[in-house]
Design a protein around this ligand. Sequence first.
Ligand SMILES: *Cc1c(COP(=O)(O)O)cnc(C)c1O
Length: 426
Amino acid sequence: MDHFDYRNGRLYCEDVPLADIAEKVGTPVYVYSTATLLHHYRGVASAFAELDATVCYSVKSLGNLHILKLLADEGAGFDVVSGGELSRVLAAGGDPKKIVFAGVGKTDREIREALQAGIGWFNVESEMEFDNLARLAGELGVQARASLRVNPDVFDPRTHAYTTTGRKETKFGVDIDRAGAFFTRAAENPDVTLDGIHLHIGSPIYSAGPYVDAISKALGLIDELRRRGIEVKVLNIGGGFAADYEEGKSPSAADYARDILPLLKGKGLQLLLEPGRQIACNAGVLLTKVLYTKQGGEKKFVIVDAAMTDLIRPALYEAKHFIYPARLADGAAPPVRRFDYTPEGGEVVDIVGGVCETSDVLGAGRCLPPLGRDDLLAVFSAGAYGFVMASQYNARPRPAEVLVEGESFRVIRRRETYEDLFAAEK
Ligand SMILES: *Cc1c(COP(=O)(O)O)cnc(C)c1O
């Protein structure tokens, strides 16, 4: 569900034609819908409201200050994975008490900054990290609160190997068999209160099943710990909830909640969630213009002004984004957002960027209406892991970001200039 629709053959974001944005701001440009973002955030918050859940939006999925501010104003918490993300959330006015700090490689500097900010929870991923956190908290004279990231050895076979994190042989978390000993040892430490369990099994996870399996295992562990006199108060079930890369293909927050909530009712646990893509993915498109078309052997290529430097997901893990023109031919039907969608008179093309890498493909083997120079294309479902992964490879300035609200839009990150490319080299 989102707010990108065709009206009279023109693609709109809320009440703004995308062509207007391209004309005023140029391309490539990321365009986000306020209404879609809030719709998805509120969807998660209300689906899990019964358990008074804290929704900690995953900043790494889309971390623009203006987006964070919108969510902070809604009362969201935040999941950060670096000192840089922490500073973004603080700059956007996020509540430190609702910040979760995850990641296997937290540096001393980052840990100190998080302790000084008074964040809610550290997600601890190893014995050594726990000891280091305790040392730094002791030095600063503050109490840290932490959850242990437990590895439930659960995964979704449909998740790409590069984004599967819940199996035993992974750098993330500690094996569930080792968790009991970990808690026992931690209970003696005066500087860190370890009273939570954190799970994050990968992303996207296309159904509630893997969550149910992982939570069931965590509940078994919690019971065992309680029998030993160790109280677990917080269960953080992570992120990874799917988003619609194809129309209607992902469960809603309510669908996940329907299976997850019954497991947790009456357990006396504070519930945390860390959704990223479920909130941000369908709230954004990447707008790009056709530069050239050409034939290469049997293949037809459409070369556009966006590239893997702007959206790396297809090159990085073969992710698929639906791509379609922002303007339809007179009388043409709006597309169904499926990768195998074939419009009448369409031709199969590869949509590629201009970077010197063969993997610089935005969409391979897509059937699109005939395209010409300057035609505007929308790469859908690009809100999450889009701009945040953009780079300046090939000395390409990163694109602008625009936020739409109703009939108006504003630039929330200006397009980078050539000066930006070497400003830090002086
Ligand atoms: C990346 C990440 C998330 C968010 O994943 P999504 O698929 O965007 O929901 C949540 N928690 C942790 C620990 C992560 O690493």
